[in-house]
Design a protein around this ligand. Structure first.
Ligand SMILES: [Zn+2]
Length: 174
């Protein structure tokens, strides 16, 4: 069931060996970073500094990130405005968007879940999208999927893959 959902929503990621590896072994980069922070702390000041760096860099950071994700899936399904009449209770919530670098434009996301961009209007600050667009400009991100939430909402989506960034990245303005 999980693979079926992944195949439907992110078929390109499912085919990518790096992302498949990361999905299976997601703890490895975290453990590697913990070791680096611990060694750095011991080298720079001893066990207390090492414990402090690991606490802030691994445990606290991961906890805050997880709560941010859950905040999107709770607050942005409770409070906010709805641009699209999606078949759920998702909302665009500005304060959740500020706390999560743009993920709070959650109704936009539900209307077009494959799009890399969540903030659609100029006032919908989406730092995640701006970072990904910057990575695209320097060649580190490719084939960004933007889709078309209006077409999806109106039922005119043909079911074909949405346009990729090279086709509409800098011309789309909602
Ligand atoms: Zn949601």
């Amino acid at each position: 069931m999980r693979d079926a959902a992944l195949a439907r929503n992110v078929p390109d990621l499912l085919r990518d060996p790096f992302h498949r590896w990361l999905d299976k072994w997601h703890a490895i980069p975290l453990l590697m970073l913990a070791v680096v922070l611990a060694v750095w702390g011991i080298d720079g000041g001893g066990a207390f500094l090492a414990a402090s760096l690991v606490t802030w860099g691994i445990f606290l950071r991961t906890t805050v990130q997880l709560h941010g994700t859950w905040l999107v899936n709770s607050a942005a399904h409770t409070w906010g405005r709805r641009r699209f009449a999606t078949h759920d209770d998702s909302t665009n919530n500005w304060w959740v968007a500020l706390l999560t670098f743009g993920e709070g434009w959650h109704n936009n996301h539900h209307a077009n879940p494959r799009s890399v961009r969540h903030g659609l209007a100029w006032y919908e600050l989406d730092l995640n999208w701006l970072c990904i667009r910057a990575l695209h400009r320097v060649g580190l991100a490719k084939k960004l999927c933007l889709g078309s939430p209006v077409a999806r909402h109106s039922g005119k989506n043909s079911g074909a893959d949405p346009p990729v960034a090279s086709e509409m990245l800098f011309s789309e303005r909602k």
